[in-house]
Write a protein that binds this ligand. Structure first.
Ligand SMILES: *Cc1c(COP(=O)(O)O)cnc(C)c1O
Length: 381
């Protein structure tokens, strides 16, 4: 077989695969927090796809971009001493906890968090061998008084709270917990992987009663751009309040020009930073505000349609996440029936319910189509 034949064969195979694979445009990806990246973000990503963000001696221009992004984000999220680009909320959360331990290692090797915390924190504690103590919150934002009680009782090196929980979109009280962290000298990490780009806007417009900000006492915040930021996977930022938090997770590596690697990864995509910078500059704070308004209004549109369906229990959206279940039918069974129809929802196991995340690719017509399919499925049972 010639090179040309192989090329034709491989491309044919790729196209077949591409045609069969489910796409965001179809409106059937309703549970995942991924979305269709913006064409401009893809362009910028491809343009810089060869760059390694660990090598900032070779690519000093990337440092300039990072500094500019850091300055811009500081305007809205408060004082940031170091912005780290990561591959997602999982890496950001791991890195934050690692930093917390490096900086607060004199405390007990314990992390406290509401039991709504993302699984990446369980994973992190498994890897670095810390004890994760979960505060039972019954799917509500955590009470600051209870956090204070746990801090006094356990003397943890870190507290993790979430601004936009994965299963329900709950926002823990960032400001009140920050005060507790400040008074007790505990590292506070705020996981805003999903909610980070929308909460400040929904707060401004009165949809939610908690804001997201680097209040005194907050040590780090993570915000995924590959969720509501419309950049390609992988792209997230971890914002550190103090330079020290970043520097303590750097490791000597004299063979590279920077002499060190910081955080978990070695070679890492410069393209992620470039696409985040690009979307941030292009969309602008006002553009993300419009997007947030659009998402929440579509979430309410979906909510209004769902509550019309008999025997459904529907949870009112906080962020653009709509959770529902059937009074009689097990949620996992319902999910399987929907997957048979090629609709991909996710679960909210803590509520024994299904979950739809209204991401930027979800349009009203997709919601209408889904509602029809759901009715059909329920009628067939
Ligand atoms: C999505 C999410 C994560 C994990 O982020 P990845 O980008 O998937 O690694 C962590 N925490 C919360 C609250 C999330 O929504």
């Amino acid at each position: 077989m010639s090179n040309m034949d192989r090329l034709i064969e491989v491309i044919a195979k790729l196209n077949t695969l591409y045609n069969s694979i489910v796409k965001h445009d179809s409106g059937r990806i309703l549970g995942s927090m991924t979305t269709k990246p913006h064409p401009l973000a893809i362009y910028s990503y491809l343009l810089f796809i060869h760059t390694n963000l660990a090598d900032t001696v070779m690519y000093p221009e990337l440092i300039d971009l990072k500094n500019e992004l850091q300055k811009d984000l500081s305007k809205y999220y408060g004082e940031i001493s170091e912005l780290m680009v990561t591959t997602g909320g999982t890496e950001s959360n791991f890195t934050a906890i690692l930093s917390a331990w490096k900086n607060r290692g004199f405390r007990e090797k314990i992390v406290i968090a509401p039991d709504t915390v993302h699984v990446s924190i369980d994973k992190t504690c498994d890897i670095i061998d810390c004890r994760l103590i979960k505060i039972p919150v019954g799917n509500k934002p955590v009470e600051p008084d209870i956090v204070e009680e746990y801090v006094r009782k356990y003397n943890p090196f870190a507290i993790v709270i979430t601004a936009g929980t994965t299963e329900r979109g709950l926002i823990d009280p960032v400001k009140a917990v920050a005060e507790i962290a400040e008074d007790s000298g505990t590292y506070l990490h705020v996981d805003a992987a999903y909610g980070g780009l929308i909460i400040p806007h929904l707060y401004k417009h009165g949809y939610v009663n908690q804001d997201l900000y680097m209040y005194d006492g907050v040590s780090s915040i993570t915000i995924d751009f590959h969720k509501n930021g419309l950049t390609p996977i992988p792209s997230s930022v971890l914002l550190f309040r103090e330079k020290e938090f970043y520097e303590k997770i750097c490791y000597n590596a004299e063979y590279i020009l920077t002499n060190k690697y910081c955080g978990l990864l070695g070679t890492r995509p410069g393209a992620s930073l470039v696409s985040i910078w690009t979307m941030w500059k292009y969309t602008d704070w006002n553009g993300y505000e419009k997007l947030a308004m659009d998402l929440i209004s579509k979430a309410y549109y979906l909510y209004d349609k769902l509550i019309e369906i008999p025997d459904l229990i529907v949870y009112k959206p906080i962020l653009p996440i709509v959770v529902f279940k059937h009074r009689k039918l097990n949620y996992k069974e319902l999910l399987l029936k929907l997957i048979e129809k090629k609709y991909y929802l996710y679960k909210s196991p803590s509520l024994e319910a299904l979950r739809i995340v209204v991401m930027p690719h979800v349009e009203k017509k997709h919601i209408d189509e889904f509602i029809e399919v759901l009715k059909e499925v329920l009628n067939s049972i």
